[in-house]
Design a protein around this ligand. Structure first.
Ligand code: KIV
Ligand code: NA
Length: 267
């Protein structure tokens, strides 16, 4: 898959089959997800998921590059997109180009993602005109948590409603090939999806979007507490708990290793 194919997946404002996107942070995880996904996102959510940080703000370009390169090594089919972390692109379009070109060159990813609408339009056009495909991210933008005041859904006032639709239009006009709409009231997600020519990927948005994305660890049930928009498809935390409990018990009882897992002299 390629970025133009993702863009052209939506034809004349319509998407037949929604795009499937999940986050991936490691090579093995990418291998396992790649078969089923159109897009693998190396999200800056790795700050919380992998590093135990309490927001995405401290995530660095070096962290994104290390995980981005690992995911590219593990994927053969899907398009790999890497998030630009907080502070690495907002200063100027030149700063954004420097960061994005480094991420592309050092990971081999197909595109970058950045948060923001209207305010990032000039940057998006600067990047796309210089060979860097950009996915935008509007609505609830976690890097702006200190301005937004939390992670609540967006679009409850007419002003916010209009801003989200305007942001979507602005990033499309600037040349973004797709846009993530996160944590927005469903009518806004539907209006955005209908009004844009580029695919709108929803998270906490609507089943009518042109695609869906979730944080993989969230949907696998790795965490107790997840946002309301996450469906837990499994209980991987419970599986790890049961498995490790059994290992600990067997080690303490000298039941592991058995003859199958030990080396024996030739007789
Ligand atoms: O960082 C991330 O995982 C994301 C997705 C949830 C869209 O930006
Ligand atoms: Na992100």
């Amino acid at each position: 898959l390629t970025v133009p194919k993702i863009r052209d997946h939506k034809k004349d404002g319509q998407t037949k089959e929604p795009l499937v996107m999940l986050t991936a942070y490691t090579a093995r995880q990418a291998q396992l997800l790649d078969t089923y996904c159109d897009i693998l996102l190396v999200g800056d959510s790795l700050g919380q998921v992998i590093y135990g940080l309490d927001s995405t703000l401290p995530v660095t370009v070096d962290m994104m590059i290390a995980h981005g390169a690992a995911v590219v090594r593990g994927s053969y089919h899907g398009v790999v997109i890497v998030d630009m972390p907080f502070g690495s692109y907002e200063g100027s379009k030149e700063q954004a180009f420097e960061t994005a070109s480094r991420i592309m060159a050092e990971t081999g990813c197909a595109a970058v993602k950045l948060e923001g609408g209207q305010a990032m339009a000039e940057t998006i056009s600067f990047l796309t005109n210089r060979g860097i495909p950009v996915m935008a991210h509007v609505g609830l933008t976690p890097q702006a948590v200190n301005v937004l005041g939390g992670y609540a859904a967006r679009g409850r006032s007419q002003q916010e409603h209009d801003k989200i639709l305007g942001d979507g239009k602005a990033v499309q006009d600037a040349g973004a090939f797709s846009v993530v709409a996160e944590g927005v009231l469903e009518p806004i997600a539907i209006a955005l999806t209908k009004s844009l020519e580029i695919p709108v990927i929803g998270i906490g948005a609507s089943a009518q979007c042109d695609g869906q994305v979730l944080v993989t660890e969230d949907m696998l049930g790795m965490f107790e507490r997840v946002p309301r928009f996450v469906k837990k498809y499994d209980d991987i935390a419970g599986m790890i708990d049961r498995t490790v409990a059994q290992y600990a018990e067997e080690v303490r009882a000298r039941k592991f290793p058995t003859a199958d897992q030990t080396y024996h002299p030739k007789s």
